[in-house]
Design a protein around this ligand. Sequence first.
Ligand SMILES: CC(C)(COP(=O)(O)OP(=O)(O)OC[C@H]1O[C@@H](n2cnc3c(N)ncnc32)[C@H](O)[C@@H]1OP(=O)(O)O)[C@@H](O)C(=O)NCCC(=O)NCCS
Length: 321
Amino acid sequence: MVGTHPVDLAAFVESTSLGRRLWLRGAGRSLYPLLRSGDSIQVLRCGPEELSRGDVALVRVGRRLIAHVVVSTGPLVTASLLGHGDPEGVPLGRVTALRRGWWILPLPRVTRPSLFLGQRLASALWARPVARGAARRLRDFTFSGWSRPVRARWLGRLEVRLLRAEDLDALLVFAGERLLVSSVFLRRQLLGRWAREGGAVGASAGAFDSAGRLCGFAYLDSYREEGLALDGLWVRSLVVAPRARRMGVAHQLLTCLVEAARKQGEECIFADVDEDNAASLRTFRRVGFRFSPPELIRRVNAEWDASGGSKPLVVLERALD
Ligand SMILES: CC(C)(COP(=O)(O)OP(=O)(O)OC[C@H]1O[C@@H](n2cnc3c(N)ncnc32)[C@H](O)[C@@H]1OP(=O)(O)O)[C@@H](O)C(=O)NCCC(=O)NCCS
């Protein structure tokens, strides 16, 4: 959830008395297209006995709050639109309306059968590798070169720059949709290490469309911040939203981070990339990254293997003279 630490937010919702309604803003794609990152939901605080199949329920699972479809009531099980069931959680209420910008969409209980059936159908279809492959091919085709002029007009003028504290909300919305990095980590780094006046370590860069939405992101930081015993600053989480791909966004993000590292007095920065990720390899090479010595590549793979990583990685480095 955006705007509040997840634990505080869960405590806040739980302390709200039953029968009361409250608005929450969230991040994530698990109910897309019904809910998009950055949309708000109106929640009616209620007990589990008032939830039925096809309702959208707000549930606390561990430290997270999730709004998912109820797929069974005895016991209560919720699931994302394409998923088969969340880990057991504490139900906190029922979603009664959605808000996107100025637009409010009520979610009355008559929508329950269609939401329940829609979830069942979509999750059964998504379980098939053929369907997932077809969806991926359709997405790649939709966002390839031929659609670039249309997408460019849709996105408007793009601004690529280092992120500042006031960009936190936009970053968390983007992260909820596209990154595996925890929002707690991003918040801590953006407001702390990357922003320290006169002594910042690392940085993050973002690409904003004309509506102020983030459509590309990457950060630069020490791997030790993530518990890996590797020296130097590394480019991490380089992701461009499909709608903004092949427009030079990743190139500009990396250029921004290279400049920030140079200003911080670094002599070299690093990146590790899945060895079969041709798009990413080409992007790094175009910004002047070169393959690192085999010894470093071996060490990085060993570190990742030890922490559960699976794919072979190549390591690149960029000297900053
Ligand atoms: C990899 C990724 C970040 C590239 O972003 P992008 O904004 O589309 O890249 P750019 O437009 O800046 O292109 C940079 C270079 O890479 C090339 N490139 C980008 N996507 C490519 C693709 N799918 N296939 C081949 N080359 C590609 C571009 O042609 C360009 O090279 P050129 O200047 O020689 O033409 C983007 O595809 C993405 O987010 N992928 C998913 C996440 C990911 O893999 N991240 C990398 C993790 S290390």
